[in-house]
Design a protein around this ligand. Sequence first.
Ligand SMILES: NC(=O)c1ccc[n+]([C@@H]2O[C@H](COP(=O)([O-])OP(=O)(O)OC[C@H]3O[C@@H](n4cnc5c(N)ncnc54)[C@H](OP(=O)(O)O)[C@@H]3O)[C@@H](O)[C@H]2O)c1
Length: 320
Amino acid sequence: MGCMGLSHGYGDIPDEADSIDAIRKAHDFGCDFYDTAEAYSPRLAGIGHNERIIGKAMKDFRKDVVLATKLHLHTEEARSKGIYQTMEEHLQASMERLQTDYIDLYYLHRVNPDIPVEEVADAMQKLIDRGLILGWGMSQVGIDTIRAAQAVCPLSAIQNIYSMVERSSEEDVIPYLLQNDIALVPFSPVASGFLSGKVSVATDFSHYDDVRKFVPQLKKENIEANQPLLALIEEYAKRKDATNAQISLAWMLHKYPNVIPIPGSKNADRILENLGAWNVIFTEEEFKDLDDRLNALKVSGFRGHVEFQGGSMASWGRKR
Ligand SMILES: NC(=O)c1ccc[n+]([C@@H]2O[C@H](COP(=O)([O-])OP(=O)(O)OC[C@H]3O[C@@H](n4cnc5c(N)ncnc54)[C@H](OP(=O)(O)O)[C@@H]3O)[C@@H](O)[C@H]2O)c1
């Protein structure tokens, strides 16, 4: 379960009690993998809003689940304190907010071009050796960065954007991750709602703190151009008695053994709907047909899976 929307990125946030209730319902349903970040707070102002909610929600079951959070490394802070001490301080603060004394999966949220990933990997190894984290990962990275980091401290997971409309990680990242026993944790796996089929050109994304204003596939011209893809998903949704969002998630679950999507929603019913994608099982023949027809479609709108700290949302979709 991706928890970001409970604090940031998709307009108004739910009441804290509703967010806690949604996380507990997800756990009761069988969810054992939760994604957050120190940065997830309303309007990205402040730190730790999302982590605090999760800490309260999972007090009774924290040890039963895989808990992932992320840090940003800022140049001045890392220069003045050193990389390891900076990372340890961020980690300790996250753990306090999450009411835990270890993190299962600790990600570098974005590579800072001023800070070599080898040095981050070395610090992650020390945090692993101390038992403070069980594994580590990076987000929005290409193959060269992954190779460089893996050579210093083996990675557990890479969190890149990945969905039926954002497939650039398939080129060289996923093959490398498969070879090296590293998971891919796709973020925005429902393409920020587009693949659910519930978004139309009339949907209003004018709210404050709403990333959908910048998502390439949610621009009017791309929503219109990508309707054949929605028709294909809809056809399979009817055939499998599932929802569109479930089909888009079941597709990636079937396609790769190391893919663990983290769909996000502010609504408890939709969180359970998305988790229910694990019940949608394709036959090999069905999957081949779906995948072949998807491969034959032209997809409009692209963000890509390589970004650096300091990049702006306004640049999404300018590549390619
Ligand atoms: N590493 C990174 O840089 C990064 C970046 C972005 C996100 N993430 C992580 O990835 C998680 C998921 O990404 P995301 O939230 O951006 O994108 P997402 O899961 O692709 O989509 C979330 C959006 O889709 C809607 N939606 C989800 N399921 C739906 C369904 N079944 N039917 C209709 N609408 C549905 C949600 O609306 P409602 O809320 O109204 O249901 C929300 O607007 C985040 O929670 C966060 O943990 C990481």
